[in-house]
Structures are given as C-alpha cells and as structure tokens.
Write a protein that binds this ligand. Structure first.
Ligand code: IMP
Length: 433
C-alpha cells in the first residue's frame, strides 16, 4: 500500500487527564488531519485559545485549528446528541466545525439506555463501584463486543434499525429491572424517537474513515491520532477492573481507525509532572492530607467531564515505564510542571517495595495483581524544588536548574526522551526542546 504521509499518536501514559488536549492542540499545527480512535463523551479535553476556553468531550480537540479535517474512527462510541451539540456550540463560537468533521460509519452508537445502565450498574456495585463518568461507556462497548450494537451505518437503513432497536430494548428493560432501576423511556418507540431527532443529520457526517485515512496517507498528508483517557485505564493493560472499556494504548489507534500498525510513526506519551486519577482503584503514590489538597488546589485538579475532585500523588516512574513499554513511546510530553513551583521538595517514585508477606523485594514492574499492588509501598527519591514561578519560561534553557534536573531524572527512570514541557494553560507555555 502506498504511504507518503505520516502518523503521530498521542496517548495518556498515566490515568487520563494528563493534558493531552493542549499537547494535541500544538501538535495539530503541523498536521493535516486530527482523529479520535476510542472512547466517547467520557473524555474532557480542555484547550485554551487566547481568552477562550473550550472543553471538548466527543469532537477531537484539533477542531480548534480552522484548516484541519477531524475524524472519529470506528473505535469510538458515539453519543450523537452530544456530538451534534458540540458541533453547534463550536459553530456558535465562530469555529466552522461541521464541514471539517467526519464520523466512521462503523462507529457504534451510544444511546440513552447505555447511560441508564451505566448508572444502574454503578449503583448495584455499591462499595465496588468503578466511579465511571456516567456517560454510558461500559454498556455501549458491552453491546459492541456482545455483537448486538447499533452502528452509524445502521441509521441509513430504517427497517434494520427498527429491528435492532426492538431486539435491544427488550434485553435492556430486563437488565434495568434486574438492577432495580426505572425502565422509563426505554421502549422501542422512545428509543426510535430519540434516534430520529438526529438520524438524518448524523448520516451527513458519516463516511468510511479507514478508507479516508488511507487516501490521506497515500497523498502525503500528516495524521495526528488523539487518544483519550490513559494507559492505566486501558481495558487490557490498566488497573482492571478500575478501567474504561476501550483500548486506550497505542495499539488501539490502529484498530480504532482501521489503519495497519506499521503506519504508526511517532508515539507521544503525555504525563503530568505528578500523578492524578479520578474514580476508584489503586493509585500507589497517592499522598495524604494536607498535601493531597495542596496538590489539588495548585493544579486545579477537578474532572473536566464530571467536576469530581481528582486524587493526587507524586510522579510514578513504574507506571510511566510500563506505559513506555506497552505503547512503544518514542517521546514524552510533561505537562503542568508549574504546579510543582511552590513545593520545597518534589518526590519521584522509582519502584515499589513488596510487603513482607509478598517476599519484601523491590518491584520495578507494574503488577497485574491489584491486591499485591495495594500491599506494596512506593520507594521515593527526593529532589529539591525550584522555589520560583516557571510560568514565564519559553524554552528548556529558561527553566531553573532544579526543574531541569527533575525532568532529566524522569527521562532516565522512564527511558524515553522528553520533547515538550508545559508550564501553563496557554499555547505559548508549551516549551519545545
Ligand atoms: P468510564 O470510562 O466512564 O466507564 O469510567 C471508567 C473509569 O475511567 C473511571 O475511573 C473514570 O473516572 C475513568 N475515566 C474515564 N474517562 C476519563 C477521562 O477522560 N479522564 C480521566 N479518567 C477517566
């Protein structure tokens, strides 16, 4: 197959919320096409352009560049109502999104019954709840893997669509009943009416995205693939079951776009200079109060989708080294370094010490067994803080020596070079090395 263009992938290398939106935003400058390949409206990509802040959940953040084509691949679960609202919102703020955005006709639809089931299942799990975003992601991917999902292409076949909805509604009502939840509007008529509000309009965005990408690559264009969530939320490689339901790692980019893996050139892992996580599940370097609150306030660590406070901790090199391996990261982008400005000492976790019951040895690999993970303790290295604001830095050399040392140690521990560092929200505050 002919290929003259290039493909760059951006993935989160921690638990999501690494600031991929702003890295994608600057990288998009040099791309022709920006695409999303997994996840749904659970993502919240915040980008600041001048005085304006945009939070995008479903449309790729590259849309803020007026000359880029934006694609949503087959791996995405599409909340069509949210998607179209976002397009309208962008247009109302002067961004001509509609002519430039296309959706795979193989992407699965995420309907309101998926959201109802997400809430019902979380309620049912009680203390074992995952802490999902409530956007229906798990139930939508369950339908896809269970081979009963409804795809964008089905919107063009009203009779088939009706049959699929009827078959699905029956099982969804049964599931909701079993979980003790209200079946409400989940009737064939209600669901078909929901789809009808956007069906025709959505078809106007539908295309064969895989074929379109192949043509772009043959024509020498540059594609930027924008991951959502992070490696530790990957359905296979994350802290299962406290994960999302898609492949957030780089391999997911090939599957979710209909693109051969040989065509992925650069794989950029985005990491915060520390660690955060929303939702439940292990977070080895999580810090105690009052440091927890200090980090949260300094970094404004509240979820972009749900507003939930994020749990905070120090940078965990075990997590990022693991992400480097499973994604074959070729470079790192470190965000929010400025958040650490006010800390006298900054810590880096270099490994974990297993509990005595588990042999007490040092672990430098992230374990699959979450019980083992919960029993081990992080091994820290302390570094002096830089004690000054770095918000005005515009190049690597502008950074104080202590900050550079900290970054160099991160590189050493992870084994991947740092190519970009962000020291604030705006485009100029992303330093290229
Ligand atoms: P779900 O994707 O809504 O099913 O949520 C599953 C887990 O992934 C929960 O712990 C969520 O908090 C987390 N999650 C989902 N999307 C994001 C995101 O964009 N950033 C950070 N965490 C996320």
């Amino acid at each position: 197959m002919e290929r003259n263009g290039t493909c760059q992938v951006v993935v989160g290398a921690q638990w999501g919320d690494e600031g991929k939106g702003k890295i994608v935003d600057v990288m998009a400058e040099r791309a022709d096409v920006v695409a999303r390949y997994q996840g749904g409206a659970n993502a919240g990509h915040t980008v600041v352009v001048g005085e304006d802040e945009f939070i995008l959940h479903q449309v790729p953040s590259g849309v803020l560049h007026r000359d880029k084509e934006c694609l949503l691949g087959n791996g995405v679960v599409l909340d069509a109502a949210e998607f179209l609202d976002e397009i309208d919102l962008l247009e109302s703020r002067g961004i001509d999104a509609a002519p430039r955005v296309r959706v795979s006709n193989r992407a699965h639809l995420l309907l309101s019954y998926h959201k109802a089931l997400d809430a019902a299942k979380e309620g049912h799990r009680g203390a074992r709840a995952i802490g999902t975003t409530g956007r229906g992601i798990g139930p939508a991917y369950e339908d896809k893997v269970g081979r009963i999902g409804i795809r964008v292409a089905d919107c063009g076949e009203p009779e088939r669509l009706r049959e699929l909805v009827e078959a699905n509604v029956e099982t969804k009502r049964g599931q909701l009943r079993l979980l003790g939840a209200d079946e409400g509007d989940v009737t064939p008529k209600g669901v078909l009416a929901e789809i009808e509000t956007w069906r025709e309009r959505l078809l106007g965005f539908a295309t064969d995205v895989s074929q379109r990408v192949a043509r772009h690559l043959a024509a020498g264009r540059r594609i930027l693939l924008e991951g959502a969530q992070g490696s530790q939320l990957d359905i296979d490689h994350g802290t299962y079951p406290y994960v999302t339901s898609s492949s957030t790692t780089a391999g997911g980019a090939a599957i979710g776009m209909g693109l051969g893996p040989k065509f992925l050139d650069d794989i950029v892992g985005v990491v915060k200079a520390y660690t955060t996580r929303v939702g439940n599940g292990p977070l080895p370097t999580e810090v105690e109060s009052p440091l927890q609150e200090e980090l949260r306030e300094a970094g404004a660590e509240y979820g972009a989708t749900t507003g939930r406070p994020r749990r905070c901790g120090w940078f965990d090199a075990v997590v990022v080294r693991y992400a480097a391996r499973i994604n074959t990261l070729t470079e790192l982008a470190v965000t929010k370094l400025d958040v650490l400005d006010g800390f006298e000492t900054v810590r880096l976790c270099t490994g974990y010490r297993a509990s005595d019951a588990d042999g007490g040895g040092e672990m430098d690999e992230f374990p699959a067994n979450l019980a083992l993970l919960e029993r081990c303790v992080p091994i820290y290295e302390d570094h002096p803080g830089w004690g000054t604001s770095i918000a005005e830095a515009r190049s690597w050399d502008d950074l104080p020596r202590a900050a550079r040392r900290y970054l160099e140690r991160v590189e050493e521990l992870v084994g991947v070079p740092i190519s970009r560092v962000s020291v604030g929200q705006s485009r100029e505050q992303i330093l290229e090395r």
